[in-house]
Design a protein around this ligand. Structure first.
Ligand code: SF4
Length: 242
């Protein structure tokens, strides 16, 4: 059960919620924009000291909405996910799982979560950054998304937006989100940003497809309109205050 650390209070990991956030190591994808790529590649990881972790969660629990497990890809370590879901329950804190939903274990593990966050990465081939397996991962993702839509759990659907690429797939993304309950879902549009705001895995890719600052206002309006007219709550992230 390898993690890269935890933060007892975070305001930035789940929209509108305070979380006790933990980072699981390892990931099956190689997203070129990933800014947690060191964690995804098992760097700087250590065995979770469960007793100390539980003590800090106990101290924080009255002030947080969720124990949020992110990564990396937590579903690569099912035992870690099961253990933290159990600790959450024992400590009376809701459990939130951020998974890329592309491996079969995700489908089982989302059942343990009170809240799920996942990314809709489109176009999936360049955004997954893997050779050969992208279609298999995307098919798993669609199954996971369907299961989430039927589950009626609160879900945060995040759309990482690659400059000049993702906007062309807005119609397909709308089809993917259509089955979700409007009351249970928040759509978060994440314009991908590059250095110096982040440290992306593939700096050359990001220099072409990541924003240097905020998304232009016209594009923000286009994303907002697309989902608001479907009845969803939508938030477009801004990285710099105007
Ligand atoms: S799924 Fe997330 S953690 Fe994994 S490589 Fe992509 S952005 Fe990084």
């Amino acid at each position: 059960m390898l993690i890269a650390g935890w933060k007892p209070f975070s305001l930035v990991d789940v929209v509108g919620r305070i979380t006790f956030t933990t980072w699981a190591c390892g990931c099956n994808l190689k997203c070129p924009f990933c800014h947690n790529w060191k964690v995804a590649e098992w760097q700087g990881c250590f065995e979770i000291p469960l007793e100390k972790f539980r003590e800090e969660l106990r101290d924080a629990k009255d002030f947080v909405d969720y124990l949020h497990l992110t990564g990396g890809e937590p579903a690569l370590q099912p035992n870690l996910v099961r253990t933290l879901a159990k600790v959450s329950k024992e400590e009376g804190v809701e459990f939130s799982l951020n998974t890329n939903c592309t491996i079969p274990q995700s489908l089982e593990l989302i059942d343990l979560a009170d809240h799920v966050a996942t990314d809709i990465k489109m176009p999936f081939e360049p955004l997954y950054g893997v050779n050969g397996n992208a279609r298999i991962f995307f098919n798993n993702f669609k199954k996971c998304l369907n299961k989430l839509a039927q589950s009626k759990k609160p879900v945060e659907l995040r759309i990482p937006v690659a400059k000049g690429l993702t906007i062309r797939y807005i119609g397909e993304i709308k089809k993917l989100v259509e089955p979700f309950d409007r009351e249970k879902v928040v759509i978060v549009v994440n314009p991908l940003v590059t250095e110096p705001l982040t440290d992306p895995r593939d700096k050359a890719w990001c220099s072409e497809h990541c924003y240097k600052g905020n998304m232009p206002e016209e594009e923000v309006k286009e994303w907002e309109k697309a989902f608001k007219e479907m009845g969803f709550k939508v938030k477009v992230k801004k990285w710099i205050n105007d």
